[in-house]
Write a protein that binds this ligand. Structure first.
Ligand SMILES: [Zn+2]
Length: 164
């Protein structure tokens, strides 16, 4: 019984897309750490992909709203920051989706690189033409989660999803 409800909850959550990257949902992004059921109430354990993301509030609202539509009225979203979200939680399939969307897939995260120092100097290949002739235009792109790059080969700007 409980496992059925949990599956319905997870199916519902998998229909919520990342507000910043509409091609992937919050399950694929590895943001949902757990779903706890207790006496008819549901607790969704959420870990933000990037602690500074203003989109997190929207995601929390989306979760509560989506589950209310399924008849779950007692829903709480608990944000857990530890362990911190890592790009290692992304499946290969999700990384391909990000790439096809024009976002250079994140590289393996480095737990020591909390300020993305190494990421700033990493070689980022263009997601469109795979060229290495890219340059960092802005460390902070459209959101704090992404950096803006420019490809000197195909002359297109693209975003790189940062590792933390
Ligand atoms: Zn290119």
């Amino acid at each position: 019984m409980n496992s059925n409800i949990k599956q319905i909850v997870i199916d519902t959550l998998s229909q919520i897309s990342d507000p910043e990257i509409p091609v992937v949902n919050i399950i694929e992004m590895g943001m949902i750490r757990d779903v706890l059921l207790e006496d008819g109430s549901i607790q969704v354990i959420l870990t933000p992909t990037y602690s500074g993301c203003p989109a997190m509030r929207q995601i929390e609202d989306d979760i509560v709203l989506a589950l209310e539509k399924k008849g779950f009225n007692d829903v709480a979203v608990k944000t857990v920051l530890s362990p911190a979200w890592t790009t290692d939680w992304l499946s290969e399939e999700t990384k391909v989706k990000l790439k096809n969307y024009g976002i250079a897939p994140p590289l393996k995260s480095n737990p020591d690189d909390i300020f993305n120092i190494i990421s700033m100097n990493q070689q980022i290949n263009c997601p469109f033409c795979n060229s290495e002739k890219t340059e960092l235009k802005s460390f902070f792109g459209s959101t704090a989660c992404k950096s803006l790059y420019y490809c000197n080969n195909c002359r297109q700007p693209f975003e790189h999803f940062k590792c933390h």
